[in-house]
Design a binder for this molecule. Structure first.
Ligand code: URA
Length: 431
């Protein structure tokens, strides 16, 4: 069986067998499939789709492509994973909140994908932060500090690691079977029993409609439940950026501000996710979970926990005392409201503009510029006056094309219809 035959079968719309899927995942992990073959396979899946059965098999095959981690000790371990959005740094708020409350978080994260930001890239804003923990280091950090956030190593889910990097630069991200198998293979290879999935929908998400996001959410809950994990999926709005900043350093600054008590949609959604995880992990009732999560921020315990996580993984903690330790590029381009009315913000164009300015990748493996930022001065739905400053772009190299793209992300209309932050929450009883 060759990679060529497997790609050809998928290109012709055939359902792949267990043997074909396992063989392809193995070839990807062992480097015997080329990047071109991986790209062709992913494109064939994007265009032809996969049955739920094929997606289950691909997830298992990818999870088995490396070593599966075992828990470092008895106890409940939690994880949360987002399908990708713009200005979505919930992981960096949620993990320290939960860890400070005794819920241990074992978090395998990814890099920026397409127009979306990635947790690993943001963590590297703390100079020296090591995202490449060995399986032993990962387990030991979770046990000692209460949390670890790392990227897959060569030995953990190597098939996803390669496929993810190829998908990022070949427009093959927005496929339900590829996202479901990518996310869930990492979850199954790790040891968290309690998993909260944040499935985004809207302009800045890979799923454009709530319906498509619900389909993806159900599939991932089904894969996780079938493997004996406790999984819930929150389908959440990603039409406008979640937080107020886009770009690594700027987003990490905002995380620190939220952990110091700033209230915005990033804070709200992170707290809602913490509540769901506390309820799943500790069987806590809603009111108590909410109060505890809020107290973890108000007391400074969560901020202190993030400092510890960063320091334990070798990162520079200067930003906890002075946000300027996370510099922003010195070039400034101001975006003003073209007329008066209600502001609409489109997340995808902003994510792409940030990437074009160097804040994200155009090519696999490229270095990114952590200082590039888009700072929102006004939020979607705000009433704005003509000429008012609505955003500031911080850049190192002037690129008119990126400024035009960013400007196209703002529209002013007579009215604005807000969507709820959380569209629905799905669990195993909804399958
Ligand atoms: N996050 C992942 O881990 N994989 C995807 O495919 C999309 C988001």
């Amino acid at each position: 069986m060759t990679a060529y035959d497997i790609i050809q079968a998928k290109k012709r719309g055939k359902a792949l067998s267990k043997e074909q899927i396992s063989a392809f995942a193995r070839m990807v992990a062992e480097d015997s499939a080329s990047d071109a073959q991986i790209a062709a396979f992913c494109m064939a899946v994007c265009l032809r789709g996969m049955t739920d059965e094929e997606t289950f098999l691909l997830t298992q095959a990818m999870a088995d492509s490396g070593e599966r981690l075992s828990p470092p000790a008895a106890g409940v371990f939690a994880d949360k994973h987002s399908t990708g959005g713009v200005s979505d740094s919930t992981t960096l708020v949620l993990v320290p909140v939960l860890a400070s409350l005794g819920v241990k978080c074992a978090k395998y994260s990814g890099r920026g994908l397409g127009h979306t930001g990635g947790t690993l890239d943001k963590l590297e804003s703390f100079k020296g932060f090591n995202v490449n923990l060995t399986a032993e280091q990962f387990s030991s950090h979770v046990e000692r500090i209460g949390a670890a956030i790392a990227g897959q190593t060569k030995s953990t889910v190597p098939a996803d690691k390669r496929m993810y990097a190829v998908r990022d630069v070949t427009a093959t991200v927005d496929s339900i079977p590829l996202i479901a198998s990518s996310v869930m293979s990492k979850k199954l290879a790790s040891f968290a029993q309690v998993i909260l999935l944040d499935v985004k929908y809207g302009d800045g998400a890979f799923m454009k409609t709530a319906r498509a996001a619900e389909k993806l959410a159900r599939l991932m809950v089904a894969v996780g439940t079938a493997s004996g994990r406790q999984v819930e999926a929150a389908v959440t709005d990603m039409s406008a950026p979640l937080g107020d900043n886009i770009g690594c350093n700027a987003e990490v600054r905002e995380v620190i501000e939220v952990l110091r008590g700033k209230k915005n949609n990033l804070a709200r959604l992170s707290l809602l996710h913490c509540e769901r995880i506390l309820r799943m992990a500790q069987g806590m009732e809603e009111k108590r979970a909410k109060a505890l999560a809020e107290e973890a921020i108000a007391s400074g315990a969560a901020l202190e926990k993030l400092r510890r996580i960063v320091s334990a993984q070798g990162g520079d903690t200067a930003a906890f005392d002075d946000l300027e330790a996370l510099p922003l590029a010195s070039g400034k381009f101001v975006v003003r409201a073209p007329k008066s009315g209600k502001l609409h913000i489109y997340a995808q164009a902003l994510g792409r503009a940030c990437a074009q300015l160097g804040g994200g990748r155009q090519r696999e493996g490229e270095e990114i510029d952590h200082t590039v930022a888009i700072l929102l001065k006004r939020r979607a739905g705000d009433a704005v006056a003509k000429g008012e400053e609505i955003a500031e772009i911080r850049y190192r190299e002037r690129r008119q094309e990126a400024f035009d793209l960013a400007q196209s992300a703002f529209e002013v209309k007579p009215s604005y219809r807000a969507r709820p932050l959380v569209h629905c929450i799905l669990g195993k009883e909804d399958l």
